[in-house]
Design a protein around this ligand. Structure first.
Ligand code: KG4
Ligand code: ZN
Length: 340
């Protein structure tokens, strides 16, 4: 049977990236993004500035995504947008834009949960991606979230563990700020760690029950350590930057890695898929790949372009909702907090 044509526009604007992507069914035709450089000077995302930048960026980004995909507005079948969670002012820009476009073109509107979308990138049709089979353990690790999820189906997801305080990406960014790295510090810590000795400095692993994790204690321990060492040597950070990065990265990754191991043990599910910005981390990717050989896990690691926030993740979630005619109304609110 011939498939009916399907072109989905996915719009992501939950934090500081304005992103748009066009998918033909589950295949990505374009994936365009504008990062907001303005936040680097402030050491973190400033919500008010993020909303304003989304307003300037959204039209050009969507226009560029359409042109790159070589399609026109009239070809679109539906528009998917991030409903939440995220910064409300940022979400409202993408949400209102998606609603106006769906009204203007008289095509369906699809509301997408940002964290579900991070995991659904594993179902994008691509030579580099092998989709996981259900059920699997989803690990969502980003600047705002740290979650271990039991994924039974595309939209049947249950959080079985999460952070009790800071998110892992937040810990990377805050530790990086303490040693003078620009926001977001995660990728820079990863890069500097490549030439560092991760055994040089030790930090405590917090004891947290079940599948939950904590990152605030290690962040405080790191801060105290840096203050103390700088009292003895003002150039301590400069002289030891690679070893400092490698040592803190090792502990931040170990905390989540131990809980992924526990989740596999407790559920008996050996298929693990990671998503979110921190899934770009090379140390975690290496540890997980090792598990395929050592413990015969089926590990699914997304291509780098689908790790941090992007429009394709919203587009693929939109595609699976489109298949089920799971559309939303123009009155659907954007939500800063939203359950699965
Ligand atoms: O998913 P994402 O783009 O946005 C949120 O939804 O939060 O994740 C951004 C986070 C930032 O905290 C950033 O520092 C972190 O992902 N990140 C990394 C790496 N690349 C991005 N953390 C560690 N290693 C990386 N290679
Ligand atoms: Zn995200």
């Amino acid at each position: 049977m011939k498939q009916k044509p399907c072109y989905i526009l996915g719009i992501e604007s939950s934090c500081d990236d304005t992103a748009a992507s066009i998918l033909n069914h589950n295949k990505v035709l374009s994936n365009c993004i504008t990062n907001q450089k303005i936040h680097t000077e402030y050491g973190g995302v400033v919500p008010e500035l993020a909303s304003r930048a989304h307003q300037s960026n959204i039209v050009p980004v969507v226009d560029f995504a359409l042109k790159k995909a070589k399609i026109q507005c009239k070809d679109l079948s539906a528009i998917a947008f991030t409903q939440g969670p995220g910064l409300l002012g940022s979400l409202l820009v993408g949400g209102s834009f998606a609603k106006s476009m769906s009204l203007g073109l008289n095509i369906p509107l699809i509301a997408v949960h940002h964290m579900q979308a991070h995991l659904l990138v594993h179902f994008i049709k691509s030579k580099e991606i092998i989709p996981p089979s259900f059920p699997f353990i989803g690990v969502n690790i980003s600047g705002g979230h740290t979650q271990i999820i039991l994924v039974n189906d595309y939209f049947k997801m249950k959080v079985i563990g999460s952070t009790i305080d800071d998110a892992i990406g937040e810990a990377f960014d805050k530790c990086g700020k303490l040693i003078g790295l620009k926001y977001p510090a995660g990728p820079e810590i990863d890069r500097l760690s490549q030439n560092g000795n991760s055994y040089r400095f030790e930090f405590p692993i917090p004891k947290v029950n079940n599948l939950n994790v904590s990152y605030s204690g290690v962040k405080t321990a790191f801060m105290n350590f840096i203050i103390k060492e700088k009292q003895n040597n003002l150039k301590f950070v400069q002289e030891n930057i690679n070893d400092i990065c490698a040592s803190i990265q090792k502990i931040l990754i170990k905390i989540i890695f131990q809980k992924i191991n526990l989740a596999v043990k407790e559920t008996g599910i050996k298929t693990v898929a990671i998503g979110g910005g921190v899934s770009a981390n090379s140390e975690l990717r290496k540890l997980l790949k090792n598990q395929t050989e050592i413990n015969k896990w089926n590990v699914h690691i997304p291509p780098i372009e689908y790790t941090t926030d992007n429009g394709a993740m919203i587009g693929i979630a939109g595609y699976y909702k489109w298949r089920e005619n799971n559309f939303t109304s123009l009155s659907t609110p954007s939500q800063a907090r939203i359950d699965f």
